[in-house]
Design a protein around this ligand. Structure first.
Ligand code: DON
Length: 310
């Protein structure tokens, strides 16, 4: 059965999954995220051959945060090729929190282990081609406009500035990487670009549409036009499985089995290979930075429709 034909069940699943929110906490280390209502939950499912089906608080806009790391990786891979990117960033999960610095020091050579942790994402963002922060951000936004069909998508200035003003841990990671020649950028420019990238604001529907393209060989929904090469869509899905939910990726693979990427805003983008793209927003997080209600919702969806890839 097509998920999108099961509208009533989707509404019920959202109502049930949102109960998990009371066990979580909205991220507050980025001050501008802290005033979000923890009991919000929205779901969008896009299967390509009909409208995107939504349930819950679907009007809610939210920032991509770490979900943006998948999109910046696609662009950096198109700009630099696999050899260029993986010369600077590894392909292995860390088992550490997303903002950890420890493996940078204990591993030799000192390159980030993967593009989904903050250190790796900073290195990837520094590889986006362009002559200025504005040009690089503009390219990232155009890529998102193309994938979603929504040219009004931009970044939330308040969230970007709030993170930029408080991003001392990310600054430390960037200076460390610069010392070790993983990146050469001016660190403040890189932090400006990275925080604006993380603050790109979408709704669940846009997230589902991006997920659908990654799920379906990098091809655009209506025209089948390639938005990214097949091998890049595969790389993204693979990182989503191995590192997408940070140090909860193993448990998530067992319980849910769908390539997915979370962000501390409470966003989750999921891509079922040759199937649906799913966008979720539920800002109450567990201690590892993943949306509690969002993960529950994906678990229930996976069970009901047999979505595990394993
Ligand atoms: O760099 C940061 O800390 C945030 N902009 C993004 C982190 C994040 O979303 C981790 N996700 N679970």
């Amino acid at each position: 059965m097509k998920i999108c034909e099961d509208r009533e069940a989707l509404h019920v699943m959202v109502q049930e999954a949102v109960q998990m929110a009371s066990k979580g906490k909205v991220a507050d280390y980025i001050p501008a995220l802290s005033d979000k209502d923890p009991h919000t939950l929205s779901l969008a499912v896009f299967e390509g051959d009909g409208p995107c089906v939504t349930a819950g608080d679907t009007a809610e806009m939210f920032t991509l945060q770490s979900v943006s790391k998948v999109i910046s990786l696609a662009l950096a891979l198109m700009d630099n090729g696999e050899a260029g990117v993986f010369d600077k960033v590894g392909m292995e999960p860390t088992g550490d929190p997303f903002n950890s610095i420890i493996k940078l020091e204990t591993h030799s050579p000192s390159k980030p282990l993967n593009p989904m942790i903050n250190a790796g994402a900073l290195a990837v963002t520094s590889m986006i081609s362009g002559h200025s922060v504005d040009e690089k951000l503009g390219r990232l936004l155009s890529f998102i406009h193309d994938m979603t069909g929504d040219a009004s998508i931009s970044y939330n200035e308040k969230v970007a500035l709030s993170e930029y003003d408080t991003a001392d841990l990310n600054r430390s990671l960037a200076y460390f990487l610069k010392q070790h020649h993983v990146l050469n950028d001016n660190v403040e420019d890189l932090l400006e670009l990275y925080t604006k990238q993380c603050a790109i604001e979408v709704d669940a529907t846009s997230l589902a549409k991006i997920g659908y393209i990654i799920a379906n060989e990098g091809r655009h929904t209506e025209s089948s036009r390639p938005v990214m090469p097949l091998h890049i869509a595969r790389i993204l899905k693979t990182f989503m499985v191995t590192c997408g939910m940070y140090n909860a990726s193993g448990e998530f693979a067992i319980k849910v089995g769908i390539p997915a990427k979370s962000g501390v805003s409470g966003a989750i983008m999921a891509a079922i290979p040759h199937g649906a793209g799913i966008g979720i927003y539920g800002p109450a997080l567990d201690e590892r930075g993943n949306s509690l209600a969002g993960m529950k919702l994906l678990e229930v969806l996976s069970q009901r429709y047999g979505l595990s890839i394993f």
